[in-house]
Design a protein around this ligand. Structure first.
Ligand code: GLU
Length: 489
């Protein structure tokens, strides 16, 4: 049997990181078994549709390396892969279920259902099950609004095996006669997932745990249609903390949000793989090939996982460190270009200074510059604040106990530093070194005064002469002169 898995998102304009993880596991399982991975769009909830949502899904999946073998935009032998284009297929199977009594027409109005619930009912009372099929067909044909419901047994229970949770038993009393076909003629998820998974030859259904307790209903539908149900893997959600799911209400939650926050796609995929799965050897940093080889169902977690952005930052930093300076520049460039105060500087050189210090690409500037960053969940640190810190220069910043420097020392040194900068721009570092020994002071003292004088920052992503190179000769001289003026006031 050829393994076939699928990812079946609803195009809501938003690919949740939990969905991306489901997609990843489905992809890994298929590829590990030499099988197929299919993308299907579940767009039957017409109210939730968003314009270019489908494109966001196609792009994000391809970018993340989850290449699907069949899907809406690439076709395949089981298409169409968009549910709204499969309407007639669902209707023909609903017809079969009506014939066998596994489904029935329901004409109950919204008002009646509301009254029923107001009176304490927790599920539909099967009232329309009593209407003979001929009569129901005639009423439907005459234009009376209706839905088609599944006829679930009233007593007994159903047991199935889930590959993650093991044996699961659900009493039929807990299950409702769900709507299969809505009044607009489109199927609900509860119906379409069964029809599509069967017709698309899906062997392993991998999805969120919220569908676990409904699975018996789906199995009943498979059996009523004479089909074998697939194997199931239900996945626990990704949580923000012990009580809340990761959701956009609380900041970043979609795949794109994390990319926009400066995380690399490989790091994001690596990190989300770890949220709900652990490899036997406890490795934490790995790529797609490792995951395909090592993914295992028994490594899947039965409890929810908590998204730890600090850990993602750490992992992202590991990936950043592995890049060459050029690769890092290419990745960081869109971020650098969004920070107004960096424009005019040599961004490639700046990137080379920031490379070893960034944990996220957004560390290259203040978070206000980056889309989808929210204060409350922003862990980035602005490594280029030094560029604009100059206005805050104050004489006490020159104080450094170990280097024995202070404002007076700086005031004395600055005219020499200006002269050396003018005369030795191309060999500034050795010139400053020579100056220190000539003066009989520590090299560190000279470099400290120089760096504070041009950045007003005790911490910078490079030393004095690297900062000077970044600003360029003219700007460096301007900054040195301004410092001298300030100290002379
Ligand atoms: N459209 C469903 C969702 O987004 C898919 C669930 C499934 O994979 O069956 O939750």
């Amino acid at each position: 049997m050829r393994v076939r898995t699928r990812f079946a998102p609803s195009p809501t304009g938003y690919l949740h990181i939990g969905g991306m993880r489901t997609a990843l596991y489905a992809y890994l399982y298929a590829k590990q078994h030499g099988g197929d991975f299919i993308l299907r769009l579940e767009d039957t909830d017409r109210e939730r549709l968003v314009g270019d949502a489908a494109q966001i899904i196609y792009d994000s999946m391809k970018e993340a390396g989850l290449t699907y073998d069949e899907g809406p935009d690439i076709g395949g032998p089981c298409g169409p892969y968009i549910q709204s284009e499969r309407r007639d297929i669902y209707l023909s199977y609903a017809e079969k279920l009506l014939e066998t009594g596994d489904a029935y027409y329901c004409f109950c109005t919204k008002e009646r259902l509301e009254e029923m619930h107001a009176a304490g009912a927790t599920k539909y009372d099967k009232r329309c099950l009593r209407i003979p099929l001929d009569e129901a067909r005639a009423r439907a044909a005459a234009g009376e609004p209706y839905v088609i419901r599944q006829n679930v047994p009233e007593s007994g229970e159903y047991t199935f095996r889930d590959l993650v949770f093991g044996e699961v038993t659900v009493p039929y009393a807990d299950l409702e006669d769900n709507v299969l076909i809505k009044s607009d003629g489109l199927p609900t998820y509860n119906f379409a997932n069964v029809i599509d998974d069967h017709l698309m030859g899906i062997t392993h259904v991998i999805r969120g745990v919220e569908y676990l307790s409904s699975t018996p209903k789906y199995d009943l539908l498979y059996r009523a249609l004479g089909w074998e149900p697939p194997a199931y893997m239900h996945l626990q959600p990704i949580m923000r903390d012990a009580r809340h799911k990761l959701s956009k209400r609380y900041g970043a939650a979609s795949y794109k949000d994390f990319i926009n926050k400066g995380y690399l796609k490989d790091a994001v995929m690596n990190y989300i793989a770890l949220l709900g799965w652990s490899p036997k050897d406890n490795t934490e940093k790995f790529g797609m090939d490792y995951m395909i080889e090592n993914f295992s169902v028994d490594g899947l977690s039965k409890s929810p996982s908590i998204f730890d952005e600090a850990k993602l930052r750490w992992l992202n930093g590991e990936y950043i460190r592995e890049m060459s300076d050029d690769e890092f520049f290419d990745a960081a460039r869109p971020f650098l270009e969004r920070v107004d105060y960096l424009q005019g500087l040599d961004l490639r050189y700046l990137a080379s200074l920031l490379h070893s210090r960034c944990l996220s690409l957004a560390d290259v500037g203040p978070s206000e510059c980056f889309a989808d960053m929210r204060k409350e969940d922003d862990l980035s640190v602005n490594l280029t604040e030094f560029v604009t810190a100059f206005d805050k220069l104050s004489p006490d910043m020159f104080v450094h106990a170990k280097n024995k420097t202070d404002a007076a020392v700086a005031r004395e040194m600055l005219p020499d530093l200006i002269r050396l900068t003018e005369e030795h721009w191309d060999d500034l570092y050795p010139a400053l070194e020579a100056y220190a020994s000539e003066k009989g002071v520590k090299k560190g003292a000279v470099l400290w005064v120089y760096r504070i004088a041009i950045t007003a920052s005790p911490v910078t992503p490079g030393g004095a002469t690297e900062m000077a190179t970044l600003f360029g000769r003219e700007e460096t001289l301007r900054r040195l002169a301004r410092s001298l003026t300030l100290l002379s006031e």
